[in-house]
Design a binder for this molecule. Sequence first.
Ligand SMILES: [Zn+2]
Length: 103
Amino acid sequence: MPVTDNEATGAAPASNEQLKKCQACGRLLPREDFFKHNKSEDGLMCECKECVRRRHEAKKNVSRNPLAQFTARQLMDELSRRGYKGELTYTEVKVHKMKLGEM
Ligand SMILES: [Zn+2]
């Protein structure tokens, strides 16, 4: 049977059954790109390793920099409310960096 053959090799990355969709980034990735999670139905976390790592990084950034927990819009609103026009550009750059880390 060719089916058992495929299962035995398990080397076909194109097979849909071996791919899992990451709930965070929406990419279809091989199961090995997901951390194991005993409580989930398929035994894997719903987010890929990359997203989990990025989420951890984002959390670290929040504890290091309290501003990181705000969205760009919230920061802009707060800053313009306080009249910090001069620092707006600087903050924009920081927020942009943070966003990249979360994606
Ligand atoms: Zn992901």
